[in-house]
Ligand binder design. Structure first.
Ligand code: SF4
Length: 345
């Protein structure tokens, strides 16, 4: 059901999850429901970039990860069907991994199967684009992909290489692919640059103008600017983070300067609140967890609670952890049915 299929130079193990595993409960992979009609779907954790601002410490040079995963598409489909059944509403699927979903070897197959799933209204993916090409776009278009959310922070090729931490990033190809998607396919493009205060303030003007000029936003809003937020295990600790007030002031000034809208309501996104999937565990519960593998972050483990949920398992200094063994653990986090448990001594 889970096996090691590779290893990065830094010792990170790559696991394939292919059978008989619940796909709820774990932040890094599977299906996440946050109480709306949008399901976050995460079939892989792998990323080919190394962005200086990465909030999830992904990519070729990660400091905090010691495992990556690739999940079988049929398991994901099973999870999405279960979520739709429990929620009782149609859903929009957003492939928004803690890596880059374009690395997923079964991406077209997954998109195709998602689109054939009753209750799935649309399928979108988020990417920084290193692996985008016309060929990839054609495959995704044939599979039925509805939208690409492209995070692109600059139109300057050298700056892009600096920001994305790899010389493999070919901005010209990314731009060409995005324009091709808008012009030649039914895939919509939503451009989602991250504002890095003091680093790409002026670049954002170019990015927004480009997105509007090429016709992004055929069915959904064309551009949303994202706020840079420092995370405990993310990169960019030396970058500037502004308050939400400063962020919205910046966005409003940009809207006036460019004469365009950059803020959208939930309904303009076709989003609404919806019944949540069933909560299987609560904070304080004492449960038996089986350790399946390393967790994605160093020192953590991926565990499961019977056939109901995956769990992030934090070790106890007094207990030696081995895969395949069951332990008693206390649930310490349960928000959005994402569970974290600590092994009891
Ligand atoms: S920001 Fe996205 S593309 Fe960049 S390293 Fe992180 S996951 Fe990869």
């Amino acid at each position: 059901m889970i096996k090691i299929i590779g290893e990065f130079n830094d010792g990170r193990l790559i696991y394939s999850i292919y059978d008989d595993i619940p796909v709820f409960g774990y932040i890094a992979i599977g299906v996440i429901d946050r109480g709306t009609n949008v399901l976050q779907v995460r079939p892989t954790t792998i990323c080919p970039q190394n962005c200086i601002f990465c909030s999830v410490d992904a990519g070729v040079r990660s400091n905090h990860r010691w495992a990556e995963y690739i999940v079988n598409p049929d398991l994901i489909i099973k999870g999405v069907k279960k979520a739709i059944e429990e929620k009782g509403c149609n859903v929009e699927v957003l492939l928004d991994t803690v890596g880059d979903v374009l690395t997923y070897p079964h991406l077209s197959d997954l998109v195709y199967k998602l689109k054939k799933t009753s209750g799935v209204k649309s399928v979108a993916l988020e990417t920084h684009g290193l692996l985008l090409s016309r060929k990839t776009i054609d495959r995704l278009n044939n599979a039925g992909l509805d939208r690409i959310n492209l995070s692109i922070e600059t139109m300057n090729p050298d700056k892009a290489i600096y920001l994305y931490g790899t010389r493999a990033y070919d901005l010209k190809r990314v731009i060409d692919s995005a324009e091709y998607a808008v012009r030649e396919t039914s895939i919509d493009l939503h451009v989602t640059p991250l504002w890095l205060p003091g680093i790409n303030d002026d670049d954002l003007v170019d990015v927004v103008n480009w997105a509007l000029r090429i016709g992004a936003g055929k069915r959904w809003p064309p551009v949303t600017i994202q706020k840079f937020i420092k995370h405990k295990y993310g990169r960019g600790k030396d970058l500037k983070e502004v308050s939400w007030k400063e962020f919205w002031n910046f966005i409003e000034k940009l809207e006036i300067k460019l004469g365009v809208r950059l803020k959208w309501t939930m309904s303009e996104w076709g989003m609404h609140y919806a019944k949540r999937i069933r909560q299987v565990l609560r904070r304080g519960d004492l449960v038996e967890v089986e350790i399946l593998a390393r967790g994605w972050l160093r020192g953590e483990y991926l565990g499961r609670y019977s056939d109901k949920s995956l769990i992030t398992v934090l070790p106890s200094p007094h207990v030696r952890i081995s895969p395949g063994v069951k332990y008693i653990a206390r649930i310490i986090e349960d928000k959005d049915n994402l569970y974290i448990a600590r092994i009891e001594n």
